[in-house]
Design a protein around this ligand. Structure first.
Ligand code: ATP
Length: 284
């Protein structure tokens, strides 16, 4: 196969808990992740020269070895001794450095795409283990849907799939560094933690009211100190009809949950959050 195009979903966190900082510097986390219908499109093409070429519609994206899609291609070529060059085009729709795992999603697409293009037939677990070396969210992005992630985020337990519930995403006009947020987190001082087990029960019951009420992310405390207006955005979304609202990942994106995409669209027309990017989407 010479060409392949894949769509890959961003994610939100329905819960995010941090247990402790490990000796290797990473944090031991427990989080419930959910894919959303905001997608990047990754096109892969075989080229005769033994190089990795990267292009994108997004001028804010680094197009060098630091790009996670580049790293994923390099890893696959080395690991499976592929005698080929690859041109990768990233059509970016997932906002960057927003807490929506856009970079991890691109890396996941490249890993899955190269597995398919070269008919490597490697099992999903092997691809996930490779993806972990690129980023903690890559294994989840390979599996997708609704899942519990543990460890540094690489141990994935699929949960009953939530889909079709509406989402309104508010992305403020600045980037947040995941590394900085974790470095500012004082695990012993965390005020409020999610009840992850209860959330799994609500997901099993597909009870969106209880899911919305159980949303909790321990990183909000840190990011809200840096950007107090994020708390206002959360409350604003609820005042306009969201069943619940939360910051995703390390932020700054804040989302509201709705029964369906129509309700999310209605709320989008009522909100007053000029200066922010607004996305109407759904769980996928
Ligand atoms: P997470 O939710 O996993 O913490 P995020 O959504 O906050 O991730 P990303 O969009 O993955 O963050 O971007 C984080 C950093 O990675 C940015 O500084 C960006 O420049 C860099 N990066 C490298 N490759 C990519 C890529 N393919 N897409 C987006 N960002 C990338």
């Amino acid at each position: 196969m010479e060409n392949l195009t894949l769509s890959v979903c961003g994610k939100i966190n329905l819960t995010l808990d941090v247990h402790y900082k490990r000796p290797d510097g990473y944090h031991e986390v427990e989080m419930i992740m959910q894919t959303i219908s905001l997608k990047d499109e990754i096109s892969l093409k075989l080229i005769p020269r033994p190089v990795i070429e990267l292009t994108s519609n997004c001028h804010k994206l680094p197009l060098d070895e630091s790009n996670l899609a580049y790293k994923a291609a390099k890893l696959m070529i080395e690991k499976y001794k592929l005698d080929a060059g690859i041109a990768i085009n990233i059509n970016k729709k997932i906002p960057i450095a927003a807490g929506l795992a856009g970079g991890s999603a691109d890396a996941a697409a490249v890993i899955v795409g190269i597995n398919e293009m070269f008919q490597l037939n490697r099992p999903q677990e092997e691809l996930m283990a490779l993806g972990k070396d690129i980023g903690a969210d890559v294994p989840f992005c390979i599996v997708g849907k609704t899942a519990l992630a543990k460890g540094i985020g690489e141990k994935i337990l699929p949960l009953k799939h939530l889909s079709g519930f509406g989402l309104l995403l508010v992305k403020p006009p600045y980037f947040v560094s995941t590394k900085e947020v974790y470095s500012r987190l004082d695990v012993k001082a965390i005020q409020e933690r999610p009840d992850t087990m209860a959330m799994i029960e609500y997901i099993n019951a597909q009870d969106i009211g209880k899911i919305a009420a159980g949303l909790c992310n321990v990183l909000e405390e840190v990011t809200f100190k840096l950007y107090p207006e994020l708390d206002f955005i959360k409350k604003h979304l609820v005042s306009k009809g969201a069943l619940g609202s939360l910051m995703s990942g390390s932020g700054p994106t804040v989302f509201g949950i709705f029964e369906n995409i129509r309700e999310a669209k209605n709320a989008a027309e009522k909100i007053d959050l000029a200066g922010n990017e607004i996305y109407v989407t759904q769980m996928e």
